[in-house]
Ligand binder design. Sequence first.
Ligand SMILES: Nc1ncnc2c1ncn2[C@@H]1O[C@H](COP(=O)(O)OP(=O)(O)OP(=O)(O)O)[C@@H](O)[C@H]1O
Ligand SMILES: [Mg+2]
Length: 327
Amino acid sequence: MNPLHSFTHPPRVVTVALNPALDQTIEVAGLQPGAVNRALRMRIDAGGKAINVASCLSDSGVHAAVAGQLGRSNAVLFEELFQRKKIANHCCYLDGLTRVNTKLADTVTGETTDLNMPGPEFTPGAAADLLNQVLERLERLAEHVDWIVLSGSLPPGIPVNAYATIITRMQAAGIPVLLDTSGAPLKAALATGPRMIKPNRHELAELLNRPLDSLASLVAAGREVLHSSPAPEWAVVSLGSDGALFLTREQTLHAHPLPVAVTSTVGAGDAMVAGLIAARLEDRSLIETAQLATAFSAAKLTRRGPHLPPLAEVRALAGHVTVSVID
Ligand SMILES: Nc1ncnc2c1ncn2[C@@H]1O[C@H](COP(=O)(O)OP(=O)(O)OP(=O)(O)O)[C@@H](O)[C@H]1O
Ligand SMILES: [Mg+2]
């Protein structure tokens, strides 16, 4: 067990980071592929969706833990974030580096070129070992935990049913799971009935294998997922600058985005996931959940990195979120 695993309060939420990443941003004035480029600035942020969610939860006063995996060689950058935000670290340490995703930001054209790594390659044995260790740690934390968040992609070699396995085991132990992933892992995990899902419109269209290019088609798609069996209780479909749909079997709401000055849209969905969890922990109604989750995203949009202002400020924003009821 590593030294950062315990703080005074037990975590109420555990996020599972099976494929964390360091986000490296390099600024270049006039990027020239194939040439030697002199870069202006570089910053590295600990990231990956599950880490972003834990970071936003922690900023909003919710005690969070991260379980999953980190590469030993550059783990210190994650450990610093965990220490600063009092996030309990229950990650397994693997040999080598956590993947680094590089953004080349051209200050002349305003364009960003992304170079995203797939993550470490797991042999079947190493994959089974990691999954067992993560399950063991989740079960050890289960006593105090109210929600588990499964966010992000799976690295190569981790079976597509890894999230499905975690959902089955943890929900049988009485802990609800929020799932935010895409592609084959989303499809496999949906069949186990996660309590809540938050696809964006592209992830939902891919899941249902049809284009969703109108609000009506998105509403129908969300309702279809909620009437599958087993079905989530809540489905939230985020629509970028068009806001988000919040659905239960009884109600469908469209929360409109707040008109904030956007600094970075990266991780807006992760902030929304944190807001959904914060609302569930307070047992909020669907409309209050829609307002709070939208406020979390809006607050994040004004900042670079997965950081939020104090909760009082986010709650004030929530009061300005307008919500339409969809029949
Ligand atoms: N450009 C924008 N202007 C206003 N609000 C936005 C904008 N982009 C995102 N949002 C808010 O953030 C929420 C989540 O964004 P989005 O749908 O882009 O999530 P996502 O695709 O899951 O993002 P990611 O996975 O990168 O975190 C939206 O529902 C909306 O409320
Ligand atoms: Mg997302």
